[in-house]
Design a binder for this molecule. Structure first.
Ligand code: GLA
Length: 402
């Protein structure tokens, strides 16, 4: 029994007065390359972190869903599953509208509640449950704590109710929950990463047809390291900027007469940009998406050729594109990337939704300390909150712990 499994099961017992049927876990992620491409039918390449959200759970026969988190204040959230309704607006209001009463605090509970709602909407025979969560995935750090919460829940329900759904289907249901129940218009990357990543690999995903490939990513074996720099600037996907970028990309696709920006090839980018001469904002969005899909393909080609170091400049170019064309970086992310590269990093970029959160930095093992110190010092000199730096080792996707 792992520590996480034992601790989560014990906490469940303390909250609900009985042992759970099982404990399930799903990881946070970083994205190596392929940012904001997932809602443009494009390519992404995330890897799972060792940080996980664990869910201890038991089924209930009475249609009641009880949710409790070791990391959130506010006690047990109790809902009737047949009263769950998606509604526009913040997660708190969705929960209050769904039953009223106990669930005053903690927008977090909308994510697991949304999973139950999405499964039932899909006609799946899911009933009530008691769930208790413990998580080591930092929240608001762009590391997909919400997808970890969703997928740990989905996997627990999948087993408790014998649904037999494959991991990618759980990811689709989780995206549906987040889009329609929580009200965040995210793509499918984070949920797929949490559900489908495997240890020692980055996951190449074509978000149009959902084909996947596990790409070996053994940095330690090559004397390299992937650092994650959490800027501690809280990002908030629901604040409208993400939705605005998404709407802008859709406007671009319409103006260019394609189903999605994925359909504009790198070779045809100049023509596409000419057609968008009157709309500089959308032009920048289109340029980012088309060049980013191309960068993902280049990264894969270089990894396949065994030339991991050669992906560095592509990561750094990806950051410039997110900063200048997609306009979703911030001073802290730019400082982390610029300082890391100046201190000898092989490549660096922001990762995730943007406007804060984390950067990934590829370094020679021997330079890891030097680069970490340089970034930490630069943050201190700029008067920023000290960043949290750790090493990302590609971990496993969602699994049952016991
Ligand atoms: C967030 C979303 C993802 C994806 C990234 C940007 O993490 O949840 O679907 O769009 O931003 O690549």
């Amino acid at each position: 029994m792992t520590m996480t499994e034992a601790g989560t099961a014990e906490a469940f017992h303390a909250v609900y007065g009985a042992a759970p049927t099982g404990v399930w876990a799903a990881p946070g992620r970083v994205n190596l390359i392929g940012e904001h491409t997932d809602y443009n039918d494009g390519f992404v390449m995330p890897l799972a972190l060792p940080h996980t959200t664990a869910a201890a759970a038991s089924a209930r026969p009475d249609g009641v869903l009880r949710l409790h988190s070791g990391g959130a204040d506010g006690g047990i959230v109790e809902l009737r599953i047949d009263a769950l309704r998606p509604a526009p607006g913040p997660a708190d209001r969705i929960l209050e509208a769904s039953r009223g009463g106990a669930q005053r605090s903690g927008g977090w509970a909308a994510y697991p509640a949304g999973i139950v709602w999405a499964m039932r909407e899909a006609g799946l025979p899911v009933g009530g449950a008691d769930l208790h969560y413990e998580s080591t995935v930092p929240t608001g750090a762009g590391l997909s704590s919400s997808a970890a919460l969703e997928i740990a829940t989905a996997l627990a329900l999948n087993d408790l109710y014998g649904l037999g759904l494959p991991a990618q289907r759980l990811a689709q249901l989780a995206q549906r929950a987040e889009n329609a129940f929580v009200g965040v218009p995210c793509g499918i990357m984070d949920q797929t990463a949490a559900a489908c990543c495997t240890e020692g690999h980055a996951l190449f995903l074509d978000t149009r047809d959902l084909t996947q490939r596990q790409v070996p990513f053994d940095l330690a074996g090559e004397g390299l390291r992937l650092l994650v720099v959490d800027t501690c600037v809280k990002h908030e996907l629901g604040d409208g900027a993400y939705a605005e970028r998404r709407a802008g990309c859709e406007r671009g696709a319409r103006a260019l007469g394609v189903r999605a920006l994925r359909d504009i090839s790198y070779a045809h980018l100049p023509e596409a940009l000419d057609k968008l001469a009157d709309d500089p904002d959308v032009r920048g969005l289109v340029r980012h998406i088309v060049t980013e899909n191309h960068r993902v393909e280049e990264v894969i080609a270089r990894l396949d050729a065994g030339d991991t170091r050669a992906i560095g400049p592509l990561l750094t170019a990806g950051h410039a594109s997110l900063r200048d064309d997609f306009k979703i970086s911030c001073a802290e992310l730019d400082l982390a990337v610029d300082t890391a590269v100046a201190a000898g990093a092989v490549g660096a970029r922001m990762t995730g939704g943007g406007f804060g959160g984390s950067a990934v930095v590829l370094v020679e093992e021997t330079d890891a300390e030097k680069v970490t110190t340089a970034v930490t010092d630069a943050f201190a000199a700029a008067g920023f909150v000290p960043p949290r730096v750790f090493t990302a080792v590609p971990g496993a996707g969602a699994r049952r712990l016991g």
